[in-house]
Write a protein that binds this ligand. Structure first.
Ligand code: FAD
Length: 324
């Protein structure tokens, strides 16, 4: 019997997250012969829109429509999934804040293996899947053997699995709402607090010059601002810059900051943590400047420059101004 793989689809305002395509690519990489089913949970017309969108990518889509799922609370979603997922299922979940809330507990409820933050699959031997992960902030790459015999829940780092050119799947949507059981739990959704929008809305920027802890001192920010001005770019940053109160929170890129989708992302002195990279969507052209050739950001950068930003950025600004 072929392996049953399920992809948990994140969505918002009636639109599937970019990771929906990445999960489809990861499922194929895991086992090209697997039966892959997308699972979408939510409530009302928005859910139907998402299910339709996802059916263009996945041949099979299961939806659970329930008012208790109008906002995704991990406890409630877990309860629903435990009712519908078959024994031995392999469940792929995006490694972002909701996925991190959902996945570990789900693996316990399903009595399945759990692997977090997978970057790649390096092969399968029988039921033993080799999962590639990173340790020590990306300085070390590890191979983890995951036994799929009793099923597994695996979270995948957003951006790690490149979506394929997926042909229109013309998938079938199956309504599993009736099988989801009683979804009453102690936790409930109260409200969404929108992030503050500062003088610049970086979520709309086409070119971002982003600065990280490598800038060393607040006064050095001027050289990054000069570069951004020369490039006609907006300025964004990693979290340590906001924590130090050098730039406002509305400029922070990442899972606890803004989600951006520029055409070009120039990362200056940023290591490339998953919390930072998780805020970059839409596969922009990434240029990374970092003095450490082993910085994890170079693994995702289209162009990498090993240099001291304090010396390189003023030269780059001068060269751009000179070329104008
Ligand atoms: P570092 O990791 O310290 O990297 C600095 C880099 O600069 C290094 O690679 C170094 O080699 C390089 N460097 C140093 N000096 C120079 C120089 N002179 N020239 C060139 N390169 C130099 N982080 C975010 O960014 N956004 C988030 O939304 C976010 N959310 C988080 C949520 C949670 C729950 C947690 C726990 C963490 C979160 N973080 C977030 C923090 C995240 O884990 C990292 O700590 C952070 O992204 C690191 O920022 P950085 O790359 O600027 O700093």
């Amino acid at each position: 019997m072929s392996r049953q793989v399920f992809a948990y689809i994140l969505h918002k305002n009636g639109k599937a997250d970019d990771t929906a395509l990445e999960l489809a690519a990861a499922a194929r990489r895991l086992d090209a012969n697997a039966e892959v089913t997308a699972v979408v949970v939510g409530a009302g017309p928005d859910l139907d829109k998402v299910a339709g969108e996802v059916a263009a990518v996945y041949k099979a889509v299961w939806k659970i429509d329930n008012a208790a799922l109008a906002y995704p609370v991990a406890d409630v979603v877990r309860k629903a999934l435990v009712h519908i997922l078959p024994k031995g299922a392999v469940v792929l979940v995006p490694h972002e804040h909701f996925g991190l809330d959902l996945a570990p507990g789900l693996s316990i409820k399903l009595d399945a293996a759990y692997v977090a933050d997978a970057l790649d699959f390096a092969g399968m031997d029988g039921d033993s899947l080799t999962v590639v992960r990173q340790e020590f902030s990306g300085m070390v790459s590890t191979h983890v053997a995951c036994d799929l015999a009793s099923g597994a829940v695996i979270t995948l780092r957003p951006g790690a699995f490149q979506p394929d050119e997926t042909p229109a799947a013309g998938g079938t949507v199956t309504d599993k709402s009736g099988d989801a059981g009683d979804l009453s739990v102690g936790r409930r959704y109260l409200e969404t607090v929108a992030a503050e929008v500062g003088d610049v809305d970086i979520t709309k920027s086409e070119i971002l010059v982003s600065v990280g802890r490598g800038i060393e001192e607040q006064d050095n920010l001027e050289i990054v601002k000069d570069l951004a001005k020369a490039m006609g770019a907006d300025l964004s940053c990693s979290r340590p810059i906001v924590d130090a109160k050098w730039l406002e929170k509305s400029r922070q890129v990442g899972t606890s900051g803004q989600t951006v989708s520029p055409k070009v992302y120039l990362a200056c002195g940023i290591s490339g943590s998953f919390q930072h990279m998780g805020g970059i969507k839409g596969a922009p052209f990434i240029i990374a400047i970092n003095k450490n050739p082993k910085a994890p950001i170079f693994q995702v950068a289209d162009v990498g420059v090993v240099a001291n930003i304090l010396e390189f950025l003023p030269e780059l600004t001068e060269a751009i101004e000179g070329a104008k």
